[in-house]
Design a protein around this ligand. Structure first.
Ligand code: ATP
Ligand code: MG
Length: 649
């Protein structure tokens, strides 16, 4: 079944050609034969799947009974085997798989062989304590190698992992344990963030007070602090590892067995437990990583996302390891010990590919270019972003100052639910700052109106995926009905992503933000991203977030929240500045987009993954009690923000 090297190269060339032709395709040529396309898609994914190692080949590529998909039906494989074992009989055995950079400057390298040994040992530890196939294991860890080891050890045993972001509160952790009824939890004693010690185990103890499903807690020693150990329940990781054997045969998993559940980041409301399965997910993660970042064997690849998010799952752990890449993992904050930490890491490890988020880029912009001067960033060759629309201003800054004008930026649109990058340029595509360009090969995404008809260039519509894809979510954990309602019912027949977008004249995709964030001013629909992009072009503005507040006459009125760049006009008249920003918008978009209020503030409320939470801004603007804040970043101090607010109208 496996292709020869030559066949694979020929096939890659063929696919690259297809990819390039997809990218330049005009948006409205949807008349192209769907049957032909569908066959092409299945063939593409089938070929991609065969680059993985299977214990048993599938009988059928796709079984599709809307909205339930089964990919690579009856195929058998194991995720950890694919990430590790299959690299061991080549030179890659001694290649660095993981370069860990601690916040304090300590670093540690694991070769593929070493990572394999650790994963096997920990899988044996888990197995001997009762973890078996199908058992959901919760992981609550900071960004340390053991987080990856734990995920792969679970995958080795066929035990789906439920990774909970290490910065989450006890409540958020408890909610996710209770939803999955986990019996096993993997965590650590403490962690470092900006030089501060976080008492992780204390959070765990607080969470477990009302989460009685948990029987065993494995604790990694990271901070070396005194913690309470509960006999019979708590187990030190390092002690258990001492006795564990280095050989743990991988469980033979069905392609459709659950690999993990992961809760969405909660920007819009209560997080949903998104379920991903094995064969299709791995195929999608591996293929997109290889193509979008043009992964080569000597690349040093750094994805700054936390393992607690889908980007951490697909592009810090599974995608790169499936490709046999060298990963950089950084424990801490970008401004610790100083605001050039990222650039120090790029130089130190010779990072060639850097995948990060618009929120980080806007922060670097706010800090200014002086932090870059000391460092040599010439190893970089490709940059990527994900998580929010990237404002053209931030795109240009990133391109010029980090990418030295030579590195293409892959603006990748996707979601926890999609499992893999769905809309993105490929290296070599003609780029437009702020556009995520076109669907990935093998993906059929469109922008449609409410009735499901494709919109014309320039018109606003909704992103939908019209054909199943391998790494699509299979369900919401414990709630298949909500899965159907949320994603498959808004526009019947297609997957509804909940994001607004438009095509330009060349058929390029421009994401406008979440559908809930489209503001309707006197019947004119204005995307939050449009107004924000204009605001951020103004030299004093670092970040901007717009929302619609209820308005008696207009229906909705625009309210803008703005943070200023560092060092900008410390004694300028803020009322005047707000007026100037309003004028700037009127000049660039028109009077219709003139904000009713502008709030100049020190910070914006963000999720812990760095996304602006607009529902909280809406609460502030409409003078309401602030709603659910469990997913709000710790650094955000509402009182502080309110004190520093200047409202003008
Ligand atoms: P929740 O669904 O719980 O509200 P969330 O949507 O923030 O949380 P994720 O799945 O992490 O959780 O984020 C996916 C969303 O992020 C997309 O729906 C989109 O709004 C936004 N997004 C991701 N990448 C991009 C991008 N390149 N351009 C624009 N928006 C993006
Ligand atoms: Mg979402």
């Amino acid at each position: 079944m496996a292709l020869t090297e030559q066949e694979r190269n020929e096939y890659k060339q063929k696919i690259t050609n297809i990819a390039n032709s997809f990218q330049s395709k005009k948006a409205n040529d949807h008349l192209r034969s769907r049957t032909e396309e569908a066959e092409g898609r299945l063939e593409f994914w089938q070929e991609r799947a065969s680059t993985l190692s299977w214990f048993q080949k599938w009988d059928q590529v796709l079984e599709w009974s809307y909205p339930d998909a089964r990919w690579f039906v009856n195929g058998k494989l194991n995720a950890s085997y694919n990430c590790l074992d299959r690299h061991l009989d080549s030179w890659k055995k001694n290649k660095p798989a993981l370069i860990f950079e601690g916040e304090k400057g300590d670093h540690k390298v694991y070769t593929y062989k070493e990572l394999h040994a650790e994963v096997n040992k920990f899988a044996n530890v888990l197995k001997s304590r009762g973890v078996h196939k199908g058992e959901i294991v919760t992981i609550y860890m900071p960004m340390i190698p053991e987080a990856i080891i734990a995920m792969l050890a679970c995958a080795r045993l066929g035990a789906p992992h439920n990774v909970v972001f290490g910065g989450f509160s006890p409540e958020a952790l408890r909610e996710r344990i209770n939803d999955t009824k986990s019996r096993f939890l993997i965590t650590c004693d403490g962690a470092y963030r900006r030089g501060n010690l976080l008492r992780v185990k204390e959070n765990v103890c607080a969470a477990l007070k009302e989460a009685d499903s948990v029987e065993k807690v494995f604790i990694v020693k990271r901070a070396n602090i005194d913690i309470e150990i509960i006999g019979g329940r708590d187990i030190w990781y390092h002690e258990a590892m001492e006795e564990a054997g280095e050989d743990c045969p991988p469980e033979i998993m069905d392609s459709e067995d659950m690999l993990f559940v992961l809760y969405t980041s909660g920007s819009t409301g209560k997080p949903k437990g998104i379920v991903h399965t094995t064969g299709g997910y791995l195929t999608g993660a591996s293929t997109t990583l290889e193509y979008v970042f043009n992964m080569k064997q000597d690349d040093v690849y750094w994805c700054t996302a936390d393992v607690g998010w889908i980007t951490g799952h697909s592009y810090l752990v599974y995608g790169p390891l499936l490709n046999g890449a060298t990963i950089v993992m950084y424990e801490g904050a970008p401004d610790y010990p100083s605001k050039d930490r990222y650039w120090e890491i790029v130089q130190k490890h010779g990072v060639t590919i850097l995948y990060t988020a618009p929120t980080a880029i806007r922060t670097f912009m706010k800090w200014g270019v002086s932090y870059l001067e000391k460092w040599d960033l010439s190893s970089l060759r490709i940059l990527g972003t994900v998580g929010e629309p990237i404002n053209p201003e931030a795109w240009n800054w990133f391109h010029k100052n980090i990418g030295g004008g030579r590195c293409p930026i892959m603006d990748t649109w996707w979601q926890t639910e999609t499992g893999m990058i769905m809309i993105s340029p490929l290296p070599g595509t003609n780029l437009k700052p702020g556009s995520c360009v076109a669907p990935f090969p093998g993906i059929k995404a469109e922008i449609v109106d409410k009735s499901g008809q494709p919109v014309a260039p320039g018109e606003k519509g909704f992103i939908v995926i019209t054909e199943p894809w391998p790494s699509m979510l299979r369900t919401i954990y414990n709630d298949h009905e909500r899965f159907k309602q949320t994603y498959w019912n808004t526009i019947p027949g297609v997957y509804y992503a909940g994001d607004g977008a438009k095509y330009d004249e060349d058929g390029y995709f421009w994401v406008l933000g979440r559908v809930d964030d489209v503001i309707n001013v006197s019947g004119h629909r204005i995307g939050t991203a449009e107004v924000e992009n204009i605001l951020i072009e103004h030299p004093v503005v670092a970040e901007a977030a717009c929302i619609g507040k209820n308005h008696e006459i207009k229906g909705q009125a625009i309210v803008a929240f703005v943070t200023l760049r560092e060092g900008v006009c410390p004694d300028s008249d803020l009322v005047e500045l707000a007026e100037e920003l309003k004028k700037h918008i009127v000049l660039r978009i028109g009077a219709i987009a003139r904000p009713e209020d502008i709030y100049l503030t020190k910070e914006l409320p963000k999720t812990r993954s760095g996304k602006i939470i607009r529902r909280i801004l809406r609460d502030i603007a409409e003078g309401r009690m602030i709603g659910d804040t469990t997913t709000l970043d710790d650094g955000f101090n509402l009182e502080e923000v309110m004190k520093n607010i200047l409202v003008s109208s």
